[in-house]
Design a protein around this ligand. Structure first.
Ligand code: SOE
Length: 378
């Protein structure tokens, strides 16, 4: 019998929806030790948390996040607000002894992330950062193949995350829908928003990153601020490309932009090893491309593995072999893993401490982008 786990969700935007959907779906498909109970959702009055509560099934709604954290009946705080609010909420939630699920990136910068790590570790509360793409079954399968040693020594890691939604100079910065363009709210541009995903996956698949050399650009220097209506300097990186060295000796090439016309969310990765290579593309997320040089030469070639069989990661929980799942399911997987680890008293990955590593690499990238110099990540 699953134990009830009372959830307090803070944030009623896109991520609040993905996390609420995961809570609602979890025990339809997974035999979780916990049953999430949607107790209370918190959002600004202007964002209508009452309507959100009704739509997703929360018992109550609230406009002050502190009141959610003060409640004795809340077991887990789910942070889905803009980046500049993560630290204050997470630190308060840790002090109140709540389990915490926090959206990515963990913080505005690594100094703030350090404080968050100290808070959760001191309080000893379960914590997880929502780098959901690790839990696409094809990406988890890539991790299995690499860990089995199928690729052999890794030489190259390559990753892109391309979008095109900020090309127009009319797109404002700040406010409800465009806070990702306001450096005070977001911390950075594509580095923290998109490359952080690529970095999290890369660290997981290929180990530590020791040095980076980056190139960043802000193509549109001033934008109207959605809250003040004034033209204001843009402080975020619109595009960033970086080279890196991994601790295992392999070389990395990463690129991200919101100015790649035609690309909405093209997240790709490729790993080249001594024996085999693999590649994955978010737009075809249920497939893992795999090439193994040890195959007989008459049939050697890139295979497109349709990751839907029941012996593939997470897939036995869903439909029958051959039938695909998608983006929303990664949040169900993340919640299932988090609650299972919580039940066993284990840390779930990526914890706040692991996400701090990603944050340090983002800081090193931004600093290298400014100085034009190679930069160590520790
Ligand atoms: C930005 O457009 C964004 O929504 C990111 O914030 C998410 O993390 C990414 O998964 C999709 O793109």
């Amino acid at each position: 019998m699953a134990k009830p786990l009372n959830i307090g969700l803070i944030g009623v935007g896109f991520m609040g929806r993905t996390h609420s959907n995961a809570c609602n779906r979890l025990n339809n498909f997974f035999d979780s030790p916990y049953q999430p109970v949607l107790k209370v959702v918190c959002g600004l009055e202007a964002d209508n948390p009452a309507a959100f509560a009704k739509q997703w099934g929360y018992e109550e709604h609230e406009t002050d996040w502190r009141k959610v954290i003060e409640r004795d009946d809340i077991d887990m705080v789910d942070i889905c607000v803009p980046n500049n609010m993560h630290a204050e909420i997470a630190i308060a939630a840790a002090k109140a002894g709540k389990a915490i699920l926090c959206e990515k990136p963990l913080a505005l910068d690594s100094a703030q992330a350090e404080e968050m790590v100290a808070a959760v570790e001191q309080a000893g509360v379960p914590n997880l950062v929502s780098y959901n793409y690790r839990r696409v079954p094809a990406v988890t399968l890539a991790k299995q193949l690499i860990d089995e040693g199928r690729l052999g020594k890794v030489f190259h890691y390559r990753s892109l995350f391309l979008q095109d939604w900020t090309i127009s100079a009319q797109v404002p910065q700040g406010g409800k829908n465009t806070w990702r363009l306001d450096v005070k709210t977001a911390g950075s541009g594509v580095t923290g928003d998109l490359l952080a995903h690529c970095i999290d996956t890369a660290l997981w698949l290929n180990g530590s990153i020791t040095d980076v050399s980056a190139m960043t650009e802000t193509f549109i220097k001033q934008r109207k601020h959605a809250e003040t209506g004034e033209m204001t300097d843009v402080g975020i990186d619109d595009a960033c490309a970086f080279l890196c060295r991994f601790g295992n000796g392999s070389l990395g090439v990463f690129e991200s932009t919101r100015y790649a016309r035609g690309h909405k969310a093209l997240y790709t990765l490729e790993v080249n090893g001594e024996h085999a290579s693999l590649r994955w593309d978010l737009h075809d997320l249920h497939r893992l491309e795999y090439f193994d040089h040890r195959d007989d030469s008459t049939v050697r070639g890139w295979r497109s593995v349709h990751v839907t069989d029941h012996d593939m990661p997470y897939m036995k929980h869903w439909w029958v072999p051959g039938l695909q799942i998608g983006y929303e399911h990664t949040f169900v997987h993340q919640l299932a893993d988090f609650l299972e680890a919580m039940d066993r008293g284990e840390t779930c990955s990526p914890s706040f401490r692991e996400a701090l590593e990603t944050q340090k690499i983002c800081d090193a990238i931004l600093s290298s982008g400014k100085s034009g110099q190679w930069q160590g990540t520790s």
